[in-house]
Design a protein. Structure first.
Ligand code: IPE
Ligand code: IPE
Ligand code: MG
Length: 268
């Protein structure tokens, strides 16, 4: 209760003082890993009489704010869903425009990410992309590999089922090669073979645009994530919206299957 009040006070203060973000100390507990399904670029563009591509461009601006928010609040892991394995179903012209946006972002934003201590980690089946994009992606990952303020996973051609399938194949290969026995396979074996190996599971999963589904994002990793849904469209997701999501997180009871009476500080 106290932490929630503190968090509301933080939001109040941030509005009152017109600060971009509330004080990081007032948000507690903080998520360690935030996953975001950025949805609604197309609807936002339609509402503004703009093209869907213009909506995606505005979406990139919202991502910049999100990164700033994570750095400000010292949240060490951020994952965004930028292009799903199902998004190839979109009209060719939109897919092409999204690829160009991705390429531009890799070319223009990597330096800034590096300056801010952000490590870029592209996850997904990159082999389906144009070799130019693959090269830029590898370069951007190498250039930022020494950073540790924020691990920034960008999921492209990513699907949760793909992630688990690939992990299963690698594990099967290890068994075939005699490196691992079937009895040794546990949940952590699978977690360690996913694209998010060595990272904590997301504890907060945000989806914008009023849709209430996971759309094949981080299926395994989101097992115990707190879900936060907002009707805001992705380009509208600003600093205040981010703070609201954090505040909501502070008020959640995380019981992990335990009885409510057994959870310290639970909110009935
Ligand atoms: C999310 O916005 C961005 C991507 C999936 C690339 P959408 O493009 O899905 O926007 P809506 O859902 O059509 O409004
Ligand atoms: C999910 O959004 C994928 C990304 C945000 C990249 P979609 O707009 O593609 O999801 P659905 O099709 O509405 O489930
Ligand atoms: Mg959508």
């Amino acid at each position: 209760m106290f932490t929630t009040l503190k968090a509301f006070f933080a939001l109040f203060l941030s509005k009152f003082k017109r600060q971009k973000h509330s004080s990081p100390d007032l948000i507690s507990p903080k998520p360690q890993h935030i996953a975001v399904i950025m949805d609604g670029n197309g609807r936002w563009a339609n509402s503004q009489g703009m093209s869907r591509v213009a909506g995606h461009k505005r979406g990139v601006e919202a991502v910049k704010n999100l990164i700033k928010g994570c750095l400000h609040h010292e949240i060490p892991y951020l994952s965004i869903f930028a292009f799903s394995s199902e998004n190839w179903n979109r009209p060719e012209s939109e897919v092409k425009a999204l690829m160009e946006l991705l390429m531009t972002a890799l070319k223009n934003q990597t330096k800034k990410l590096d300056e801010n201590g952000v490590r870029l980690n592209l996850i997904g089946d990159l082999s389906k992309f144009d070799p130019k994009i693959q090269q830029l992606a590898q370069q951007a990952m190498r250039d930022t590999a020494h950073n540790d303020k924020l691990i920034f996973n960008v999921a492209i051609n990513y699907g949760g089922r793909w992630d688990v399938t690939e992990a299963a194949k690698r594990i099967a290969q290890k068994v075939v090669d005699g490196e691992l026995s079937v009895e040794q396979i546990g949940e952590s074996t699978i977690s360690q073979e996913l694209s998010t190996a060595d990272q904590p599971d997301p504890d907060l999963l945000i989806r914008t645009s009023g849709e209430y589904r996971i759309s094949n994002f981080m299926l395994w990793q989101a097992a115990y994530a707190e879900f936060y849904f907002t009707d805001l469209l992705w380009p509208e997701f600003d600093e205040e919206a981010f703070t609201q999501a954090l505040i909501k997180f502070t008020s959640r009871d995380r019981r992990f299957g335990n009885a409510i009476d057994n959870v310290p500080n639970s909110k009935p």
